[in-house]
Every structure is written in structure tokens, then in C-alpha cells.
Design a protein around this ligand. Structure first.
Ligand code: 4NP
Length: 154
């Protein structure tokens, strides 16, 4: 079973939104994929996702029950795809002990319509910023799922 990990800084906004979207899309597609998210930072370990993130998820049929956790070295062995949200995440993830750079990509790389690969950090923003994160992640998650399904055909 392919395994997919979404990574951002705090693991309370962007990566749990992407996780929630990807759970919904894989369920709809009947795909069997292990899905999780994690943060490079430790500040929010154990916390539920930001209420604004949960609100945009719920409004779009992607309920989020994730509790924040920090990335670990073991994640690079466990997961086949490690999707980061911005260039700071990319730098931190590539420098992580045990990092496997062939597994790491920007989430937005999977949607060729994106010129800019950054999912902007909405933490200090407003509700509209969370809507924008949702939309960016949604299109890229759909493309990612398609690519995974095509590459795991028997
Ligand atoms: P996220 O957003 O990386 O999308 O979860 C953030 C959440 C918390 C903080 C920064 C970004 N923070 O500095 O606590």
C-alpha cells in the first residue's frame, strides 16, 4: 500500500488540510493509501488542527481529526511520498536526519498548472487565506492521487 505524508511547519493548518482532502479523494476513488501529516516544528504537538482549518475542511466535506505531531526520521522509511508546502519546509525536510530526498516533493509540483510552488502559511492570516490553501491543495491532491494510482497499477 502506498504511504503519503504531508508536511508543513506547525502541522495545524496546511498539512492537515491536505491530509483531509487526500483522505476524502482516496475514499471516493476506493484507493488503499496510508495517509498522515506532520510538522517540522514542535510547538503544537498533540493539538487539534487550527479551528479555521477545521472550518474550511468541514465546509468542503473534509473533516479533520488529526492531532499535530512532529516529523521523525522513521517517517522517511515509512512513507513513499513526502509532500511539503513551501521552500522552508523543503529546506528543513531535506536537512532532516534520515531524509530521503527522492521521496520529497512540493505538493504543488504535482499540478502542472502551478508556477509558484509555495502554499502560503495562513497562520497569521484570515479565513480567506484558509480557503486559498484549501483550493491550492485540492487540485494538487487530485493530481497526486492520479499519479500514485497510475504508478501502482499491477
Ligand atoms: P502550518 O501553519 O505550518 O500550516 O500548520 C503554522 C502553524 C503554526 C505556526 C506557524 C505556521 N506557528 O508559528 O506556531
Amino acid at each position: 500500500m502506498p504511504a503519503v505524508l504531508f508536511v508543513c511547519l506547525g502541522n495545524i493548518c496546511r498539512s492537515p488540510i491536505a491530509e483531509g482532502i487526500f483522505r476524502k479523494l482516496t475514499a471516493e476513488a476506493g484507493a488503499d493509501i496510508h495517509i498522515d501529516s506532520a510538522g517540522t516544528g514542535h510547538w503544537h504537538i498533540g493539538e487539534p488542527s487550527d479551528p479555521r482549518a477545521r472550518r474550511v475542511g468541514e465546509a468542503n466535506g473534509c473533516p479533520m481529526n488529526h492531532r499535530a505531531r512532529q516529523l521523525t526520521s522513521a517517517d522517511f522509511a515509512r512513507f513513499d511520498y513526502v509532500l511539503v508546502m513551501d521552500s522552508a519546509n523543503m529546506r528543513d525536510v531535506l536537512a532532516w536526519p534520515g531524509s530521503r530526498k527522492e521521496k520529497v516533493s512540493y505538493l504543488l509540483q504535482w499540478d502542472e498548472e502551478n508556477d509558484d510552488l509555495e502554499v502560503p502559511d495562513p497562520y497569521y492570516g484570515e479565513l480567506g487565506d484558509f480557503d486559498m490553501v484549501f483550493d491550492l491543495c485540492y487540485s494538487a491532491c487530485a493530481k497526486l492521487l492520479e499519479a500514485i494510482q497510475n504508478s501502482h497499477l499491477d
